[in-house]
Design a protein around this ligand. Sequence first.
Ligand code: PEP
Ligand code: MN
Length: 259
Amino acid sequence: MTSKICSTTCLPQSEYDNFCSNQFHIIAGPCAVESEKQIEDIAKMLLNCKVLYLRGGAFKPRTSPKDFQGLGLEGLKLLNIMGKKYQLKIVTEILDTRDVELGVEYADIIQIGSRNMFNSALLKEVGKTRKTIILKRGIMATLDEFLLAADYVIQGGNENIILCERGIRTFENSVRNTLDISTMAIIKNSTKFPLIVDLSHSLGRKDILLPVAKAVLAMGINGIMVETHNDPNIALSDAAQQLSFNEFKDFLGNLNCKR
Ligand code: PEP
Ligand code: MN
């Protein structure tokens, strides 16, 4: 393996430190920030469920340019307001090098999405910050390529990296992507990076979320990401995989994880 491993000397009190601890973290929220009311309803629900991390896309990387692209800066501001109002930490994706400073200002954790795992310009840019970064694995990236992407961030001086497995593209089409648990085990054994799993984007469906979550929980990962929406049927993106509030509460109850 050619990648450097994460050093144990991190900035104090970063989100990164929290994910290095033995606690199990849940990052939840909608695929996209759609309106003030939507994100506020979700923020309140998460606070109620003692979930600390609110995710939501302000800049959406959509396959079709005709699909909803996110509220942009307005979405970032809404997330930031809800984070402060409900004491939630904000996780959001930044797509463009020109928006990294906005991510630093408005979010607690910047997500680099699967489509951008190979975007070295963006990786270098977030490497210049000291923000905690969630780096998602590209759907066609080998483990080495994934860890080398992390090296781009580290090279800028930012070692606050949380790796995120979110499935890879295989011949299997009953799920959106195939969760690569073997590689997760290697990451756990041979690197010091915290590792989380994005269940929603990996599966692309919600009926098998619970058993898969139990399986990855048993592997000792540091957290999961799950999409939830106040009204999934009318969600502007990823409607099929977002849990309703009741489904989300049932999911948390049945997962029964210490956090
Ligand atoms: C997301 O988390 O909103 C997202 C688009 O995920 P991914 O990059 O894994 O597809
Ligand atoms: Mn989504």
